[in-house]
Design a protein around this ligand. Sequence first.
Ligand SMILES: [Zn+2]
Length: 65
Amino acid sequence: MMVKKHVRPNPQRNVKGGIAEQERAIPLSNVALVCSTCGPVRIGHEVRGDRKVRVCKKCGTTLDK
Ligand SMILES: [Zn+2]
């Protein structure tokens, strides 16, 4: 996965201005999770015991195994 990044010139780090391409994974927060009952939904976090799990904001289903 490539992302384009607009770079400002930085002479101290010998960086030229322009557009640089970088490979980068999608940030986890931008990934839409799919709830088995609601489809793609916003997720929330909930603490279950000593771990944090992701839950469907709509129906409350735990989305992590
Ligand atoms: Zn749901």
